[in-house]
Design a protein around this ligand. Structure first.
Ligand code: ZN
Length: 240
């Protein structure tokens, strides 16, 4: 299996990756409570595994996946045990400096893949911030927001309580598929701090959602590399 993890490369291998115009994925997760039935690394695990699988699926150009950002913006989960949160500006600075470091080594395309709702607005704003303040090209997606993923989720999910929710049907299904040994379905009931109903989750639903997210990401990565995605982001050139 080819290497897709940034931290596994040697110095000389980076030069080849820069020459081939590699895309760098920065998975952005969290360490936060996900009820009594899911592990704290749920978000980090989701974006990291989706990114790795998509990177493995593309042979035409290299994709490198950075170690996931494991702490995000989660002040609203601090009432529950286990949550780690960064302060707003710390989180913004962390994302900025990781992306700017990637850019400094010659990489021209960065994709943030976010997995935590509390990070969404901040990660989305990084695109403009990095372009305007660092001269760095980046795009960002929530894994549940990528084209066609929403429709696939709606098609397989029974729960009507919100969309992705928190520690609900979608995240629980993904975790049952990705790391079932860390899920306690006996405790998969609504408790304060959850949004939605986890009881209808299954590993099959998780597999369908995971594959939909991987396929959507593969498509976006190909569009980004070919320049098609860039064409839709002309607004950035207008503001610079
Ligand atoms: Zn989550």
């Amino acid at each position: 299996m080819k290497k897709v993890l940034w931290q596994e490369l040697r110095r000389s291998e980076f030069e080849k990756a820069v020459e081939a115009d590699a895309i760098i994925i920065i998975p952005v997760g969290s360490t936060e409570q996900h009820g009594n039935h899911l592990p704290l690394n749920t978000d980090t695990n989701c974006c990291f595994t989706i990114a790795q699988r998509a990177a493995q699926s593309i042979d035409e150009f290299p994709i490198l996946v950075l170690a996931p950002v494991w702490a995000g913006y989660s002040p609203h989960h601090m009432a529950y045990p286990g949550t780690i949160t960064l302060k707003y500006h710390t989180f913004v600075d962390l994302l900025t400096q990781v992306a700017a470091s990637v850019h400094a080594h010659g990489f021209k395309k960065i994709l943030f893949l976010n997995a935590h709702g509390g990070n969404s607005a901040i990660v989305a704003a990084m695109r403009t911030k990095l372009a305007a303040e660092e001269g760095t090209n980046a795009v960002s997606y929530n894994y549940w927001d990528m084209p066609s993923v929403h429709e696939k989720m709606k098609a397989v999910c029974q729960s009507d309580k919100g969309f992705i929710g928190h520690a609900a049907e979608i995240e629980t299904s993904l975790q049952l598929y990705l790391q079932p040994e860390l899920v306690d379905m006996g405790a998969a009931v609504w408790v304060p701090g959850l949004w939605g109903d986890p009881s209808t989750a299954t590993p099959d639903k998780g597999e369908t959602i995971f594959n939909a997210a991987v396929n959507a990401l593969v498509k976006l990565l190909r569009e980004y590399h070919s320049g098609k995605l860039e064409d839709r982001l002309k607004w950035r050139k207008e503001i610079l």
